[in-house]
Write a protein that binds this ligand. Structure first.
Ligand SMILES: C[S@@+](CC[C@H](N)C(=O)[O-])C[C@H]1O[C@@H](n2cnc3c(N)ncnc32)[C@H](O)[C@@H]1O
Length: 226
C-alpha cells in the first residue's frame, strides 16, 4: 500500500473532473505560483531535447506544452496532448495552433488506454493529474502510460505532495483537510507520494525530488519504463 496521506480519498469521479475543469478553464494557469518550480525541475531532468515524441496526459490549457515546443523540444519532435475537459482541449488547441504540423490535442473520455494515440512515445508528461485520481485509477493510468512509452522512455510527472518543511507541511495537511471535506474546493487534488505507486518491475526511478513554491510542496518524478 503506497504511504499516501489519503489511501481512500473522498471520491472525485471522472464526471466531477470534467465538470470542474470545464468551469476552471484558464484559471488553471494561475497555479503557476507553485507549479512553475516543479515544471522547471521536469525540464531540468526530463531530457526533452532528445525526445522525438511526447504524450501529455491531462494537458490542461497547454501551458507546459507551449514551453516545451518553444524552448526544449527539437524542431521535428511530435507532441500529443489529451484531456477529459472540452474547455481545456479548446484552450490548448488555440495555444498550440502555431505547431499544428506536429502538435495535436484530443479530448478523451478519461480512460487510460492510450494505444490509439500513435505511440510509442519517448516521454509521457503528466502534471497535477495523478493527484486527483483514485489509487485504482493511478495504477491504471501508470499501466496505460507504460504501454504507450517506448522501452527506455521516460515518465515525467509532477504533482502535489506532502511537505518537507514546517510551512510546506502545514500547507499540505491543510490541503488534505480541505480535500477531505470538499474535493471540488481544490480541483479534486490532494498531496500524493507518486513514487510509491510505481510498480517496481515496470519502472526505474531516475529522479525524485520535492520542490516548494509559495509553501506548496510538489513531487517531481522521472521514471524510466522498463
Ligand atoms: C489540475 S489540472 C492540471 C492541468 C495541467 N497538467 C497543469 O499542470 O496545469 C488537471 C487536468 O487533468 C485533466 N484530467 C482529469 N482527469 C483526467 C483523465 N482521466 N484523463 C485526462 N485528463 C484528465 C483535467 O481536465 C485538467 O485539465
Amino acid at each position: 500500500m503506497p504511504s499516501d496521506s489519503i489511501a481512500s480519498p473522498t471520491q472525485f469521479s471522472r464526471d466531477d473532473a470534467r465538470r470542474y475543469y470545464d468551469r476552471a478553464g484558464s484559471f488553471q494557469d494561475k497555479q503557476g505560483f507553485y507549479e512553475d518550480v516543479a515544471l522547471d525541475a521536469l525540464v531540468a531532468h526530463g531530457g526533452f531535447a532528445a525526445a522525438r515524441s511526447v504524450l501529455e496526459v491531462g494537458c490542461g490549457t497547454g501551458r507546459f506544452a507551449q514551453r516545451l515546443l518553444e524552448d526544449h523540444l527539437s524542431a521535428s519532435a511530435r507532441y500529443v496532448g489529451i484531456d477529459i475537459s472540452a474547455t481545456m482541449v479548446g484552450l490548448a488547441k488555440g495555444r498550440l495552433a502555431g505547431w499544428s504540423d506536429r502538435a495535436e490535442v484530443r479530448q478523451t473520455g478519461g480512460g487510460f488506454d492510450y494505444a490509439a494515440l500513435g505511440g510509442p512515445f519517448d516521454r509521457a508528461v503528466c502534471t497535477y493529474v495523478f493527484d486527483l485520481l483514485s489509487p485504482a485509477d493511478i495504477a491504471a493510468a501508470l499501466a496505460g502510460i507504460h504501454a504507450a512509452l517506448a522501452p527506455g522512455g521516460l515518465l515525467c510527472a509532477a504533482g502535489l505532495t506532502q511537505g518537507t518543511t514546517t510551512l510546506s507541511r502545514l500547507t499540505s495537511s491543510t490541503w488534505s483537510w480541505i480535500r477531505g471535506i470538499s474535493p471540488s474546493l481544490v480541483g479534486g487534488c490532494r498531496p500524493l507520494l507518486l513514487a510509491d505507486h510505481l510498480p517496481a518491475g515496470q519502472w526505474r526511478l531516475v529522479h525524485r525530488e520535492v520542490v516548494v513554491g509559495a509553501t506548496v510542496p510538489s513531487e517531481v518524478v522521472i521514471a524510466e519504463a522498463l
